[in-house]
Ligand binder design. Sequence first.
Ligand SMILES: CC(C)(COP(=O)(O)OP(=O)(O)OC[C@H]1O[C@@H](n2cnc3c(N)ncnc32)[C@H](O)[C@@H]1OP(=O)(O)O)[C@@H](O)C(=O)NCCC(=O)NCCS
Length: 184
Amino acid sequence: MTPAWWLRAARHIVVRMLRAAVRPVWNPARGLVRRSFIHPLANVGPRVRIGRGCLIGRCRLDTMDGGGGRIDIGDKTIVYSGVEVMVHGGRVTIGRHCLITRRAAILTGGHGFARRDRLIQEQPFQCADVRVGDDCWIGFGAILLPGVTVGEGAVVAAGSVVTRDVPPYTIVAGAPARPIGERT
Ligand SMILES: CC(C)(COP(=O)(O)OP(=O)(O)OC[C@H]1O[C@@H](n2cnc3c(N)ncnc32)[C@H](O)[C@@H]1OP(=O)(O)O)[C@@H](O)C(=O)NCCC(=O)NCCS
């Protein structure tokens, strides 16, 4: 006897979700990576490398088709739902064992605006790489602006706007983010 329509529909949905959750992500270094959990509704663009044992929530890893941006995420890093990584060009490198908390944003680009005789929309887009070292914690709603490097083991407090490099094992907070302490 064929199962009821709703049972078939439910089975179809569950199978689709499971397939999506372990969907392969192309990693030139290691081939297809299947050992990370990627939320079925995560928005993962092309040229995104995700290491092993990562947890990728319902976030946006946006490499902007045609822009040539790249995102590299190291092994065992957690990217929570609501995170936005916008890479119009250049590269975002996130190390291993990092925590990128909800609503954090990492940006590599911005509009040029130096000339007032031209619309900002018409001025060249400028990009700079962003690097996050191993074992970093990027707090809720923090923003990493283009060009910054967050050193290994650093903590970026909730709501901070990081405009300059953060030295390793330093805790920064505020907008603009300033050091408030060091990990011991
Ligand atoms: C950074 C953090 C861990 C606190 O670190 P801490 O070393 O214990 O810092 P303290 O609480 O002792 O605060 C030190 C100073 O920094 C300030 N500060 C702490 N967090 C701040 C923040 N998010 N923004 C601005 N200033 C902050 C404090 O007001 C304090 O200032 P003061 O010395 O003038 O009073 C914490 O504030 C934080 O932001 N946690 C992130 C929480 C989060 O994102 N959770 C999501 C779930 S994973």
